[in-house]
Design a protein around this ligand. Structure first.
Ligand code: DGL
Length: 274
């Protein structure tokens, strides 16, 4: 198992923000990344559709012999994690919700936590339920907010545009008024808005879901003795197989923004009905 790759899937390119964190914590691993770019976005689709798509992504990764599946998409993690786990059988699956919920509870001293995400993620109540369940006490308060315009703003490279500030101020008005001290960035795209969010809410602790899921992945692989062998040389670019279901016109620019380095020739594949 040690030398098998880690499988990561997302509705599109945004999950590369999670892959970036996985590489930070586990640079010696091989990765298989699947972005379902033909069917993105998942965030405004029904649970049934997101479950079906997520199962198809899982099936694809299983076919690549992965030793672990990381569900980078917060929407899939919110509504389809159980279905993905069932589908994956023996192969462990890590989603974004529980690691981030635990991190939010560790970080908050006021007990007032904000969560932002897509319509499907927030509508599912997955973060609220996980935080309240883990906390086990009534004094914790969770305030959630859908931020559907953040995804296109990030993809258009407009995170520092005055329009992004106006939109973010409007979205965050209510959670800010509630006096939250911690904000869960419950979407693959939101870490790219961190700087703006910190300017709007000075002193806030931001929870990057990919970062905390990566620590969980590292511990799971270490506990099973499944971590790839370390090598003596520094890893400049880890070994990653990129698969996408459609090639967006600005793929390279987008990928570089999320991942931090350029991607070598993504392969286009068909999954499910695509
Ligand atoms: N990857 C999605 C998420 O993290 C955002 C984009 C989409 O709506 O598909 O929720």
């Amino acid at each position: 198992m040690k030398q098998n790759p880690i499988g990561v899937f997302d509705s599109g390119i945004g999950g590369l923000s999670v892959l970036r964190q996985l590489i930070r914590f586990m640079p010696y691993e091989r990765y298989v990344y699947l972005g379902d770019t033909a069917r993105v976005p998942y965030g405004n689709k029904s649970s049934e559709t997101v479950i079906q798509y997520s199962e198809e992504c899982t099936e694809f990764l299983l076919g690549k012999g992965v030793k672990l599946i990381v569900v980078a998409c917060n929407t899939s993690s919110s509504v389809a994690l159980e279905a993905v786990r069932k589908h994956a059988g023996e192969i462990p699956v890590i989603g974004m919700i529980i690691p981030a919920a635990a991190a939010a509870l560790r970080s908050s001293s006021s007990g007032k936590i904000g969560v932002i995400g897509t319509r499907a993620t927030i509508g599912s109540g997955a973060y609220n339920n996980a935080i309240l369940e883990l906390a086990g006490e009534a004094s914790i308060k969770v305030y959630s907010q859908v931020c559907p315009l953040f995804v296109p703003l990030v993809e258009e490279g407009m995170t520092f545009h005055p329009a992004a500030r106006l939109i973010a101020e409007e979205y965050l008005k209510e959670v800010k008024n509630k006096g939250i001290d911690t904000l869960v960035l419950g979407c693959t795209h939101y870490p790219l808005m961190s700087q703006l969010l910190m300017e709007i809410m000075p002193g806030i602790s931001l929870i990057d879901t990919g970062e905390h899921a990566s620590v969980t992945a590292l511990r799971l692989l270490a506990d099973n003795d499944w971590l790839a062998d370390e090598r003596h040389e520094f890893v400049i670019k880890p070994e990653i197989d990129f698969y996408i279901t459609d090639l967006p016109s600005i793929f390279n620019e987008l990928a570089g923004r999320f991942l931090g380095f350029a991607i070598d020739s993504p392969k286009r594949v068909s999954i499910g009905t695509h």
